[in-house]
Design a binder for this molecule. Structure first.
Ligand code: CU
Length: 155
């Protein structure tokens, strides 16, 4: 009984310590990007990430939320900052990715590349690789168009 109480107290202390050190760090946050069949802000646009342009800080965790099935999120070569780990999420599953570098991250959905399902994450100073990211050519015309629209929101 006594040791059990002590264990619980230790656990509570550990949790408190974790909370304190977490707050002391650069308060990393969780940022959610929904993967949707229909744009809630514009029902005429289908197969979207919501939001299309997401802002975050280094250390934040991006959660790609599988709200509607059959989507994923894959980083695009030439559209992530130097030193950032490329990512490719399983289809129809939530996926977490920690952003470790400042810059612009471009990603798309493999099943809906042809429908232009694309998104941007801007981390800290996003201009680090913005021009390089903009210059990437996309095999799917709709993907290129969606990125153009998203980049227009960035300025
Ligand atoms: Cu998709």
């Amino acid at each position: 009984m006594g040791s059990r109480t002590r264990n619980i107290a230790t656990l509570a202390g550990a949790a408190l310590l974790t909370a304190v050190s977490f707050a002391g760090a650069a308060k990393a946050e969780t940022v959610v990007i929904e993967m949707l069949n229909i744009n809630p802000a514009n029902p005429g646009t289908v197969m979207v990430y919501n939001p299309g342009v997401t802002r975050a800080n280094v250390g934040d965790t991006i959660v790609f939320k599988s709200v509607d099935p059959a989507h994923n999120a894959v980083s695009i070569e030439g559209m992530i900052p130097e030193g950032a780990e490329p990512f490719s999420s399983p289809i129809s599953q939530d996926f977490e990715y920690v952003v470790t570098e400042e810059g612009t991250y471009g990603f798309y959905c493999i099943p809906h590349a042809g429908l232009g399902m694309a998104g941007l994450i801007l981390v800290g100073d996003h201009t680090v690789n913005l021009e390089e990211a903009k210059a990437v050519r996309h095999t799917s015309p709709l993907l290129g168009q969606r990125f153009q629209a998203l980049f227009a929101e960035v300025e």
